[in-house]
Design a protein around this ligand. Structure first.
Ligand code: C2E
Ligand code: MG
Ligand code: MG
Length: 741
C-alpha cells in the first residue's frame, strides 16, 4: 500500500472510530448503560450507525469492537457518574423534548423529591420536578435565581445533538442561599450600625474603643476619629462612683450583660443621661473578644419624667410643693434633725374666711388670690425652707434649723403681716387674715403625722383665740382633749347602761327632824377622778347627755320616794337637782308631770333645785314653767344661792318655795363675819319674801347654832349625814327615829 493511501486509510479509520464512539454514546443513552447486545443491532440501527458504510459488512468485527469500546466507556462512565454525583451542585440535562435527559444526585435531592434516577430520567421535567417554578415550565435563568424559596447561582450550557434538531440544555445550579443570607445579614448589620438611633460602641478587652456608630458620635459630640483607640475615661461624667463601675463589670461577667442608666460626658462638657446595655461578644470558640454597648439617649424621657414628677408633687395652681412632696421633705427633715440633733418648726397656715372670696367673687378670683398668697409666702422664707399648699386655703411651712420657738413665732408674725397687706386681684383689693399653728420637732411630735396633726390642732387653737394670730401646740391641751374624749365615751356608755346610783343626804328642820333628803347622783364605776358629780355633770351638760341622765335621776328619785312613802318613812319630799340644759328643754315640765302621774304620787313629794342663773336667763319663761309644775304639786328651790348674779327683786317674780344658802357662806361661819352676815341677810330676806331657807354644808355645831340663830328653817350637811345609798339612808333614818323617838 502506498504511504498516501495508507495514511488516508488510517485517517478514515480514526474518523470512523470517533464517529462510532459518538454514536455509541448516543446508543448508550438510548439503551441505558447496558452493553450492547447483538440482537439489538438491526439493520436500521446499523444503517443509522454507519450510513456511509465505512464499517462495511464486517458486522461481527463491528460488534466485537463496539462491545470492547462499550466496556471501556462503561468503566469511564461509572467514574464520571460518581464524580457527577459528588458535585455539590445540581446538574440537570434536559432534552429538546423537555424530558429529563440526565441529572445528578444533588439535583434529584433538591428538585425531584429525592427520587431514584430511573424515576426521573426520560420523564418530562414539568412532571417530575417538585420545584414549583420549574414544574410550571420555567427554565432556570443564568445568574441568580430564586427557586422554592432558596437562591441559586445558575450556569447553563447546551450540548449540541448529532443533528440540528436535537440540542440538550445543561443546567448547573449552585445553592448560594446561606452565602446570600450572610451577605444580606452583613449588609443589614452595616445598615443598622450606620443608621440606628441608638449609639453603639464596641470596646476590646483592654477597654479601648474599637468601633462606634454615627449615632454614638452624635450623642457624645465626638468624631469617630477622636474616639477610636481611646479608653472610656474620655466619656466619664464623674457622676458615678468607682463602685458603680465595679458592680457593672461584675454583672457583665456573671450574666453576660448589664442594663441600666448611666451619665456620659459630652465633648462640650455637658452630661447626657443614657440607657446603656453592655453585652459580651464571643468568637466561635466561646472566647471573649469584645464588649458591645448600646446606648439610648434618654434626655427627653428624663425631661418628661421630670415634668410628670413635678406635676405629681406640686400644686398645679401655685406650683408650690403639694402634700405628697411636703410629706417627703418632712420625713427628710426629721431624719436630718435626728442625725444632727437639730430642731425644726412646722407652721400650719389657714386663711381666715377664704371661702368668702370664693363665694362672693367667684373661684377664678379665689384662684388668682391664692397664687398671690403663695408668692408672698415664698418671699418670706429662706431657700432651705419649704412652703407647700396642702389644701384649698391651707399652707404649711417647713422651717429648718430653728433655734427655738421664737424663730417660728417671728416667721408667723411676718406671714400675718404680709397677708394683711392688701392683695390686688383683677381690680379687687382683698385683705386676708390667717391663723397659724406651730409645732416644733422634736418636742411637739416625733413623726410626720403627729407633727402635722399637732400643728393643725394648734392652728385651731389660734382660730379659737380669735383669728389672725398664731399658737404653738401644747401637750397639756391635747392630753386634756384625749382624756375628755375617753371620759365622754365612758359617760355615754354609762348613760346607756344606766350605770348610776342615787345617794341621799338628809335635810333636817330646826327641831332636828329629818324632813327631806337631797338626791345626789353617783357614778360608782366611773373613772377615778371623774366619778364625782362636780366632775362629770359639766361634761354631761356639754354633751347634752344630761337630758338622758337627768331623766333617769328623776325617775329613780320619784320611784324611791313612792317606795319610802309606802314604807311610811315619813319624808315630806325628795329634792332633785335639775341642770340648766334640762330645765331649758321645751318638754321639761310636761315630761316631769307625766312621770309624777305615772308614779302614782299625786304630785307632791318632789322638790326641784335650780340655780339662779338658769331662772334669770328668761324670767318669763321660767315663771311659766315653774308655775306649771307647782300647779302639779312640785316644790321649787333655788340651789347654791348667793353664788350667781343674785337678784332677790327678780326672784320675787318667780314661784319659789325655798332658797338653799350656798356652802361657801356656811363654811366660814363664824370666823368670817362677812360670810356670816350675808348668810343672815339672805335668810332674813327670804323669810320676808315668803320663802323658806335651807343651809347647805353644815359641818360644825357653831355653824348650826349661828344659822338657827338667824332664823334658818332647814339644815343640811355632813354634821347630820353624808349622802348615802338608799338602803343605808333608810337604815340610818330608822335608827335615828328609834334613838330620838
Ligand atoms: P349641790 O346640789 O349643791 O349638792 C350639795 C353638794 O354638797 C353635794 O356634793 C354634797 O355631797 C356636798 N355636801 C353636802 N354637805 C356637805 C358638807 O357638810 N361638807 C361638804 N364639804 N360638802 C357637803 P356632790 O354630791 O358632790 O354634788 C355636787 C354637785 O353636783 C351638786 O351640788 C349638784 O349641783 C350636782 N349634782 C349632784 N347630783 C346631781 C343630779 O342628779 N343632777 C344634777 N343636775 N346635778 C347634780
Ligand atoms: Mg343641790
Ligand atoms: Mg348646792
Amino acid at each position: 500500500m502506498p504511504p498516501d493511501t495508507a495514511r488516508a486509510d488510517a485517517e478514515r479509520y480514526q474518523a470512523a472510530i470517533r464517529y462510532i464512539r459518538a454514536k455509541v454514546d448516543q446508543l448508550l443513552t438510548l439503551m441505558g448503560t447496558r452493553p450492547l447486545r447483538h440482537e439489538e443491532l438491526d439493520d436500521d440501527t446499523l444503517l443509522e450507525l454507519d450510513p456511509i458504510g465505512i464499517v462495511g459488512d464486517s458486522f461481527g468485527q463491528v460488534i466485537a469492537h463496539l462491545n470492547e469500546t462499550n466496556l471501556a466507556l462503561e468503566l469511564a462512565r461509572g467514574e464520571i457518574r460518581a464524580i457527577f454525583d459528588a458535585i455539590p451542585a445540581a446538574v440537570i440535562v434536559v432534552g429538546a423534548d423537555d424530558r429529563v435527559d440526565d441529572c445528578n444526585r444533588q439535583a434529584r435531592e433538591w428538585f425531584f423529591g429525592a427520587a431514584e434516577a430511573d424515576q426521573v430520567v426520560g420523564r418530562p421535567l414539568t412532571e417530575v420536578c417538585v420545584c414549583a417554578e420549574l414544574s410550571h415550565g420555567r427554565r432556570p435563568e443564568p445568574g441568580e435565581t430564586r427557586l422554592s424559596g432558596r437562591i441559586y447561582q445558575v450556569v447553563t450550557s447546551t450540548v449540541a445533538g448529532p443533528d440540528a434538531a436535537g440540542g440538550k440544555a445543561v443546567y448547573l445550579l449552585f445553592d448560594v442561599t446561606p452565602l446570600k443570607q450572610a451577605e444580606t445579614g452583613l449588609r443589614l448589620h452595616a445598615k443598622v450600625f450606620e443608621h440606628l438611633g441608638e449609639g453603639i460602641m464596641i470596646t476590646d478587652l483592654d477597654d479601648r474603643i474599637v468601633e462606634v456608630n454615627p449615632a454614638f458620635c452624635r450623642i457624645t459630640g465626638h468624631d469617630e476619629a477622636d474616639l477610636l483607640g481611646q479608653g472610656q475615661e474620655l466619656l466619664d461624667s464623674g457622676l458615678h462612683e468607682p463602685a458603680f463601675f465595679d458592680d457593672v463589670g461584675r454583672r457583665v461577667r456573671e450574666h453576660g450583660w448589664w442594663k441600666g442608666e448611666v451619665y456620659l460626658r459630652r465633648r462640650d462638657g455637658g452630661i447626657v443621661p443614657l440607657l446603656r446595655t453592655i453585652s459580651e461578644v464571643r468568637d466561635q470558640t466561646g472566647g471573649l473578644t469584645h464588649h458591645l454597648s448600646i446606648l439610648t439617649d434618654i434626655t427627653s424621657l428624663k425631661e418628661t419624667q421630670t415634668r410628670l414628677d413635678f406635676l405629681a408633687h406640686h400644686d398645679v395652681l401655685t406650683s408650690l410643693p403639694n402634700r405628697l412632696l411636703f410629706n417627703d421633705r418632712l420625713e427628710q427633715a426629721i431624719a436630718h434633725a435626728v442625725r444632727d440633733h437639730d430642731r425644726f418648726a412646722l407652721l400650719f397656715i389657714d386663711l381666715d374666711r377664704f371661702k368668702n372670696i370664693n363665694d362672693s367673687l367667684g373661684h377664678h378670683i379665689g384662684d388668682l388670690f391664692l397664687v398671690e398668697v403663695a408668692e408672698r409666702m415664698k418671699t418670706l422664707v429662706r431657700r432651705s425652707d419649704t412652703v407647700a399648699r396642702v389644701g384649698g386655703d391651707e399652707f404649711v411651712v417647713l422651717m429648718e434649723r430653728v433655734g427655738g420657738q421664737e424663730d417660728a413665732f417671728r416667721l408667723a408674725d411676718k406671714v400675718i403681716a404680709a397677708l394683711k397687706q392688701p392683695i390686688q386681684v383683677s381690680g379687687h383689693e382683698l385683705h386676708m387674715g390667717c391663723s397659724i399653728g406651730i409645732a416644733l420637732f422634736p418636742e411637739d411630735g416625733e413623726d410626720a403625722i403627729a407633727l402635722m396633726k399637732n400643728a393643725d390642732s394648734a392652728m385651731y387653737r389660734a382660730k379659737d383665740a380669735g383669728r389672725d394670730g398664731y399658737a404653738r401646740f401644747s401637750h397639756e391641751l391635747s392630753e386634756d382633749a384625749r382624756a375628755r374624749l375617753a371620759l365622754e365615751n365612758a359617760l355615754r356608755v354609762a348613760v346607756r347602761d344606766e350605770d348610776f346610783e342615787l345617794h341621799y343626804q338628809p335635810i333636817l328642820d330646826a327641831g332636828g327632824r329629818v324632813v327631806a333628803a337631797e338626791a345626789l347622783v353617783r357614778w360608782p364605776n366611773g373613772p377615778e377622778g371623774a366619778n364625782q358629780p362636780g366632775q362629770f355633770i359639766p361634761l354631761a351638760e356639754e354633751t347634752r347627755l344630761i337630758l338622758a341622765l337627768g331623766d333617769w335621776v328623776l325617775r329613780e328619785a320619784v320611784e324611791q320616794y313612792r317606795r319610802w312613802r309606802d314604807a311610811g318613812l315619813g319624808l315630806d319630799y325628795l329634792s332633785v337637782n335639775i341642770s340648766a340644759i334640762q330645765a331649758g328643754h321645751p318638754n321639761f315640765a310636761d315630761r316631769m308631770i307625766a312621770l309624777l302621774d305615772n308614779s302614782g304620787l299625786d304630785g307632791g313629794g318632789i322638790q326641784i333645785e335650780l340655780t339662779e342663773n338658769v331662772l334669770m336667763d328668761d324670767i318669763e319663761y321660767s315663771r311659766a314653767v315653774l308655775e306649771h309644775l307647782r300647779g302639779h304639786g312640785v316644790r321649787t328651790a333655788i340651789d347654791d344661792f348667793g353664788t350667781g348674779h343674785s337678784s332677790l327683786a327678780y326672784l320675787t317674780r318667780l314661784p319659789i318655795d325655798s332658797l338653799k344658802v350656798d356652802r361657801c357662806f356656811v363654811r366660814d361661819i363664824p370666823a368670817d363675819t362677812n360670810a356670816a352676815a350675808i348668810a343672815a341677810a339672805v335668810i332674813g330676806l327670804a323669810r320676808t319674801l315668803g320663802m323658806s331657807t335651807i343651809a347647805e354644808g353644815i359641818e360644825t355645831a357653831e355653824q348650826e347654832a349661828y344659822l338657827l340663830g338667824v332664823g334658818c328653817d332647814c339644815l343640811q350637811g355632813f354634821r347630820y349625814g353624808r349622802p348615802m345609798p338608799a338602803g343605808v339612808f333608810e337604815d340610818w333614818l330608822r335608827n335615828r327615829a328609834g334613838a330620838t323617838g
